[in-house]
Design a protein around this ligand. Structure first.
Ligand SMILES: Cc1ncc(COP(=O)(O)O)c(C=O)c1O
Ligand SMILES: [Zn+2]
Length: 419
């Protein structure tokens, strides 16, 4: 099956590039690029989806890569979409679903981006995969690179949680723990990739990561049998929310559906650069005449949710556009609410989320309480990372086991009244 990939368009200034463009960002203004397609006039038929594949490449007719023999053999995507009525009831929501992307090969949503980036890297003859990461993008890249035996170099902030660093190392990536923040690691990685000519997978900077992320929209559409009213996305750099929004826009442009969801951007109050920019635009009446004029002011992020702790969002404009153009909203919640959301999701739906992923549920609860999301609307809440990635945070709120003497009498006495 051929790809309909026809080039790139700049998010900021709209300048277009052809398929042969070998760079990463807009040569005219430095803005991030989005991948464009030339869909057939009559649209894309759903039967073009490849039933033989049980991963994101089921949607390869809507992706910018074609050499499937270069894809990782690992199963990426096709994650479950669970009904979550008991959890939903806690926020008065009657139609809540959880999309559990913690079930990807490296246990986070980032595998979707990595899977497409890997094919692109190999199609263009890259010898080394390189990226900066708060942890998940890196562990995903390391995992996927290992699956095809490709060298991989990752820059992480020195404070990335131990489990994420362990993942990187176990998959055999060369890991540099940068003395500084994620933003420092990102800038350093950019310089090294440019000087060494390595494939740069950095979020936002590389337009192919967004293409992988958009596949979650295709799955939601198929699993639900329709486009939901809301999709809730925990947000740091803004690439996931922009990617999922693009997926729904592609479905519409390819004439597979006429509907679009509203996007809810969920952030920590301690890392909310994108929300601030979205609120400012909403106050001023919505979409600006010129997206180039929109500035996203950096913040000094301190959130416990390491995956969404971002000073300078690397795909901020795409995220703000997703919120504004979808008629959606942005919410920011305190870290205490994010941590409390971990056991709530686990106990209310059986899904264990890392702090960043739990931010989606915490944000959705706030949006429901504020009347932004109403009880009858169909809501898909993205669970972007598995809770085992950061057990230290979970232990802060999960409680403690009950000490017990090793005797039947003591056990019976202690379990009295438990049913
Ligand atoms: C688990 C998890 N959730 C949410 C995000 C936020 O994605 P983005 O930085 O693209 O907004 C990330 C990114 O690292 C993540 O790993
Ligand atoms: Zn541009």
């Amino acid at each position: 099956m051929k790809t309909h990939f026809k080039g790139f368009r700049c998010f900021r200034c709209g300048a277009e590039q052809g398929v042969d463009f070998g760079g990463y960002v807009c040569p005219a203004c430095g803005g991030n690029l989005e991948v464009r397609y030339a869909w057939p006039k009559w649209g894309v038929e759903k039967w073009w989806f490849d039933d033989a594949r049980k991963d994101i490449f089921r949607y390869r007719a809507l992706l910018p890569v074609s050499k499937m023999e270069l894809a990782s053999p690992l199963r990426v995507g096709m994650t479950p979409l669970y009904e979550a009525p008991r959890l939903g009831a806690k926020a008065g929501l009657k139609n809540l679903r959880l999309k559990d992307d913690g079930q990807n090969p490296s246990a986070s949503f980032k595998d979707r981006a990595g899977a497409v980036a890997l094919v692109r890297a190999r199609e263009t003859g890259a010898k080394v995969l390189c990226g900066a990461s708060t942890g998940n993008a890196g562990s995903s890249m390391a995992c996927l690179a290992a699956s095809v035996g490709m060298p991989c170099v990752i820059f992480v902030p020195e404070k990335a949680p131990a489990a994420k660093i362990a993942q990187l190392l176990v998959f055999g990536a060369k890991v540099f723990a940068v003395k500084g923040t994620y933003d420092d690691a990102f800038d350093l990685c950019m310089e090294v990739c440019a000087k060494r000519g390595w494939f740069n997978r950095n979020t936002g900077h590389n337009p192919f990561t967004r293409e992988g992320k958009k596949t979650a929209a295709f799955e939601i559409f198929e699993q639900l049998g329709k486009v939901p009213d809301w999709v809730v996305v925990p947000t740091g750099d803004g690439n996931i929310i922009g990617g999922i929004w693009k997926g729904f826009c592609d479905l519409k442009e390819a004439r597979i559906t006429n509907h679009l969801p509203k996007m809810l951007c969920a952030q920590s109050a301690e890392s909310r650069a994108i929300s601030e920019a979205a609120w400012k635009l909403q106050k001023a009446g919505g979409a600006p005449d010129d997206w180039k004029a929109v500035e996203i002011a950096p913040v000094a992020a301190t959130t416990v949710a390491d995956s969404i702790s971002v000073d300078i969002p690397r795909d901020g404009l795409a995220a703000v556009r997703a919120v504004i153009e979808s008629g959606g909203a942005a919410v920011a919640v305190p870290d205490a609410d994010i941590l409390a959301a971990i056991p709530e999701m686990a106990r209310g739906a059986g899904v264990f989320a890392e702090p960043a992923a739990a931010c989606a549920w915490a944000g959705l609860k706030k949006a429901a309480a504020d009347g932004v999301v109403s009880s009858d609307e169909t809501v898909v809440c993205m669970c972007t990372g598995n809770g085992l990635k950061d057990v230290a945070s979970a232990r802060k709120v999960a409680g403690d086991p009950i000490p017990l003497e090793n005797s039947v009498e003591a056990a019976l006495a202690a379990t009295e009244g438990l049913g």
